[in-house]
Design a protein around this ligand. Structure first.
Ligand SMILES: Nc1ncnc2c1ncn2[C@@H]1O[C@H](COP(=O)(O)OP(=O)(O)OP(=O)(O)O)[C@@H](O)[C@H]1O
Length: 797
């Protein structure tokens, strides 16, 4: 590019040239530097020139614009002043114009209105013309129709006038006729009303009479119905009562008999609140008496054992549930059966809980004893219209092979409570308040059928045995050890009796302990026996539990033979009364002989020895106590009495059912019988048996007779009187509530003759009683009050 050509080049071209030159100069670095610089200088000059011309041009133009702007502004100002003046004028004109417009519209409206009015008047005129013509036309037509109508009406009026004249004539005739009829009717109604009035009077009196009769009839019918229903009920009740009663009793006894003889119920007590390790040995409790006991410390098949009993009550079983299964057995006592219920088990396993209950004040907690008494009272009360019952209660304790009476006097439940409190208790390692004695509560029932005169006697033994644990386990020493040894001895004697019964052996060792002697009639005879086997569920008691259950299994296998009711018909009773009378005569003779002996002895200067008639085996007065008592209870030897059963009953007693027991071979005069034994037997009522008398011949009847005798002193009997309520009798009421059970006051006092007759025996039993008292004081217990020979059994009315 030539340097002079730059003038015509565009600024853009110049700039691109400068850029190219600069790029080339960068590429070539040293070549043509001078030339390039020259060109660049030229370019710059041109650019400067251009810029200066542009600046000049711009200045000129700016000036020009400024001048123009000034001109425009002055013009604008002029225009603005002009515009301001014109707007004011325009506004005035506009307002004038508007007013003119308004006036114009007003005038136009007026004009329109005038036109409209004119038009309207024109239209009205046309309308009125039209109307006038139509009215004229209508008037003419109306005139025509009116004339026609008038003519028609005139014709009709003439016709109606004729008709009305006709009707008037008819009515006149009818009126004359009806006047005649009214006269006839008036006379007829007068006569009728007279007749009705007379009839009304008649009916009124009839209705009055009928309603009075109806009322009387109604009350009669009601009364008749009521009486009929009552009579029917009474007749039904009378017809069914005896049969139902008999059937009821028969069924009860059948069920009981079907259940087998010695029944064994097992009861497992719950863990006690204080027991820390609660490991149970009870693995399974079956519905039908199955029980599996397991030992966790053993392995294999030896670890558990199955037992089969009549029934098993688990730890949750209530007192009521346990009693429900026992109740039928207890009820059969009222039908003349002998029943024995005893609780067996180690110390602390719940024997006392089952038999007596933990708390006498709460009826829910009552054990079998209280419930049994309550039940007996209730049933005897229910049967009072057909059977008169007398119930006697005795409570003894067998402690260290000595029998002692636990009762004094007072309310029967209180008595039982006293009895329980009086029990010898001592702490062992197993049970803090362990009872160390066997307690035997005996209930004697005498009933007489008011219809047939038949007599029934039943005895119920409720036995709370002492703990069955082994001596070594109870860790007892000294006195406790002696107690434990006695307990173990008597329990093993019980086992021996049961097992010899199971084997049906000829020899049954009743005599080996006081316990078996007391229970003899209920174990060996035709009695019903139930054993409660009590278990402690603790694993620590495993071995005791097993041995208890083994014993229980063996007991459940014992068959005592079918139970028999002690029921006598009227004839037998009369015969027995005769026998009793004869025996009384004999005993009087005995007394006379005795007195003669004394006289003879004193004459001979020989002292009375053990050969006195009391111990003379050949003496005929072996049943004198019973006879004396009979007379005491039943003056003249007549009437009923709880302990009336004469000594002839002894021959029928339970021990005499074909088995020849060891106890039966006991002779009181024998050297083998020590004084203690004799006195304890006296306490139980056996003491008066002749030396020839076999103990196996001593029945519950003997026991009952003896206990009401002065010999037992505090033995208690009472009669249920119809008016005494069972609840009153049974509940542990205060003295005020037991007014009906006032003690003894109504007892017939023995005649001086009878007292004399009883004297030798009474003196003997007094000593036995005091012996009993002394034995009690040995056992650190205060003697139960009332061990007086002269204080005979109490009877409540
Ligand atoms: N079924 C039960 N439910 C609740 N507590 C029970 C039950 N059986 C027993 N007990 C409680 O266990 C404890 C021991 O019972 P209990 O005194 O009756 O035993 P025991 O076998 O009569 O003892 P012992 O041989 O020393 O007389 C008591 O505290 C008693 O209340």
């Amino acid at each position: 590019m030539k340097s002079n050509g730059l003038d015509n080049a565009s600024t853009r071209t110049l700039f691109s040239l400068v850029n190219r030159i600069l790029e080339e100069s960068i590429e070539r670095r040293n070549g043509h530097v001078h030339h390039m610089a020259h060109i660049v200088k030229k370019v710059v000059q041109v650019i400067e020139q251009r810029v200066s011309t542009l600046a000049v041009n711009l200045k000129d133009q700016n000036n020009l614009y400024k001048v123009r702007l000034g001109k425009c502004q002055s013009r604008i100002k002029v225009l603005e002043t002009l515009a301001a003046g014109t707007t004011e004028e325009i506004q005035v004109l506009l307002s004038q114009l508007q007013q003119i417009k308004i006036e114009k519209t007003k005038i136009e409206e007026k004009k329109k209105l005038e036109e409209q009015e004119l038009l309207r008047t024109k239209q009205e005129k046309i309308h009125s013309d039209i109307e006038n013509s139509t009215l004229k036309h209508e008037l003419e037509t109306a005139k025509k129709t009116h004339e026609e109508h008038c003519l028609l009406l005139q014709m009709q009026a003439e016709e109606t006038e004729v008709e009305l004249e006709k009707k008037l004539k008819e009515l006149e005739c009818f009126l004359a006729e009806s006047k005649k009829r009214v006269k006839e009717l008036e006379s007829f109604s007068k006569s009728k009303s007279q007749r009705w009035k007379s009839k009304e009077g008649y009916y009124r009196s009839f209705i009055d009479y009928q309603s009075r009769a109806l009322q009387a009839k109604r009350s009669y019918t009601e009364e008749f119905n009521f009486l009929g229903v009552k009579l029917k009920g009474l007749a039904d009740a009378a017809a069914n009562y005896h049969s139902v009663l008999a059937e009821n009793r028969r069924l009860y006894n059948e069920v009981q008999d079907l259940k087998g003889n010695i029944r064994v119920y097992c009861r497992i007590r719950p863990f006690l609140p204080g027991q820390s390790k609660k490991r149970t040995a009870v693995e399974y409790i079956g519905e039908n008496g199955e029980l599996i006991i397991s030992n966790p410390s053993k392995q294999g098949k030896d670890s558990s054992r199955l037992f089969k009993l009549n029934k098993v009550f688990g730890p949750a079983a209530t007192q009521e549930e346990v009693f429900l299964d026992t109740q039928p057995l207890i009820r059969s006592v009222l039908d003349g059966y002998n029943v024995c219920i005893f609780a067996y088990g180690q110390t602390g396993s719940g024997k006392t809980y089952t038999m007596s209950g933990p708390n006498m004040t709460s009826q829910e907690d009552w054990g079998v004893n209280y419930r049994a008494l309550h039940d007996l009272f209730e049933i005897s009360q229910n049967r009072k219209s057909s059977i008169s019952y007398e119930v006697g209660v005795q409570m003894v304790e067998i402690y260290n092979e000595q029998v002692r009476d636990l009762l004094s006097s007072d309310d029967v439940l209180e008595l039982m409570h006293i009895g329980l409190m009086n029990r010898a208790v001592g702490a062992t390692a197993l049970n803090e308040r362990s009872s160390r004695s066997h307690s035997v509560l005996t209930i004697h029932v005498y009933g007489m059928d008011l219809e047939t005169g038949a007599v029934l006697r039943g005895n119920l033994h409720l036995v709370d045995l002492a703990g069955s644990e082994r001596v070594d386990r109870s860790e007892a020493t000294g006195e406790r050890l002696r107690e434990a040894q006695h307990i173990n001895k008597s329990l093993s004697a019980l086992g021996d009796v049961i097992f010899s019964l199971a084997q049906k052996s000829q020899h049954v060792p009743y005599r080996n302990s006081k316990l078996t002697q007391v229970l003899q009639s209920s174990l060996g005879g035709q009695a019903k026996t139930l054993m409660f086997v009590q278990l402690n569920p603790d694993v620590d008691s495993y071995s005791e539990t097993i041995s208890t259950l083994k014993f229980a299994e063996r007991v459940s296998g014992v068959e005592l033979g079918a139970a028999k009711s002690n029921k006598e018909g009227r004839n037998i009773r009369q015969l027995m009364e005769q026998v009793a009378l004869l025996k009384e005569t004999i005993s009087r003779k005995d007394e006379e002989i005795e007195q003669l002996h004394h006289l003879q002895g004193s004459c001979n200067g020989v002292k009375c020895s053990m050969n006195s008639p009391r111990y003379d085996s050949s003496s005929p007065r072996r049943h004198s106590i019973g006879n004396a008592l009979l007379n005491h209870r039943l003056p003249g030897g007549k009437g009923s009495g709880l302990f009336e059963k004469a000594s002839s009953e002894m021959d029928n007693c339970y021990g005499n059912n074909g088995r020849h027991s060891e106890a039966g071979s006991l002779k009181l005069g024998e050297p083998g019988v020590d004084q203690n034994d004799r006195e304890d037997l006296d306490l139980l009522g056996f003491g008066d048996a002749d030396s020839d008398e076999r103990l196996s011949d001593i029945s519950d009847g003997c026991l009952s007779r003896a206990e009401t005798e002065g010999s037992l002193g505090s033995a208690v009997e009472f009669t249920l009187f119809p008016e005494s309520k069972p609840s009153e009798v049974a509940k542990p009421a205060g003295k005020a509530e037991n007014k009906r059970l006032t003690i003894a006051s109504r007892l017939p006092k023995p005649s001086p003759r009878l007292s004399q007759t009883r004297l030798p025996h009474l003196s003997l039993t007094k000593s036995s009683a005091s012996k009993a008292s002394s034995s009690m004081s040995e056992s650190r217990k205060p003697p139960a009050s009332g061990f007086s020979a002269t204080k005979s059994g109490k009877r409540w009315h």
